[in-house]
Design a protein. Structure first.
Length: 155
């Protein structure tokens, strides 16, 4: 784990499986060839690169900055979010299909996660289409991904 006071870069190419968490600063975290879990930490605009393997990109809160995920593969990788940190009626397990949408904003009051495939922006909206909360971007993915609710796990 990176324990520096300033931003740091980690690169573990020969380790099978890692859990790497960043700092409150802007971090550049690079995983290994294994099935890694990467978290940018509490704050900063981080860069997360999983490397080879089936990686999990973990987010504890929607208000930790915007993490750029360089190599997310919608076929075999996950975005893990904290039910406590995000709130919004999330429950443990795979994200409910009604809580995810593609587009620029939530269409229903149940939708919490919005992926804009044109820009790659991944957003969270605490109350969906209701007007009490403005959606917040918490991650930047590649454009054009075939993202679904099955790419999300709530912990």
């Amino acid at each position: 784990m990176c324990q520096l006071r300033k931003s740091c870069q980690l690169n573990y190419k020969f380790i099978e499986q890692l859990y790497i968490s960043g700092t409150a600063d802007d971090d550049n975290i690079v995983g290994s060839n294994g099935n890694d879990t990467l978290s940018g930490g509490y704050g900063g605009n981080d860069i997360l690169t999983g490397g080879n393997g089936n990686d999990t990109f973990a987010f504890d809160d929607y208000n930790e900055g915007i993490a750029r995920v360089d190599d997310f593969n919608a076929t075999n990788e996950l975005i893990q979010v904290s039910a406590i940190g995000f709130g919004g009626g999330l429950s443990s397990g795979t994200l409910k299909a009604t809580q995810f949408t593609l587009g620029t904003s939530a269409i229903t009051s149940k939708e919490r996660f919005i992926y804009n495939s044109a820009t790659g922006g991944l957003f969270f909206d605490l109350d969906g289409s209701a007007s009490g909360f403005t959606q917040v971007q918490f991650a930047q993915l590649s454009t054009g991904l075939s993202l679904t609710n099955n790419n999300f796990v709530v912990g």
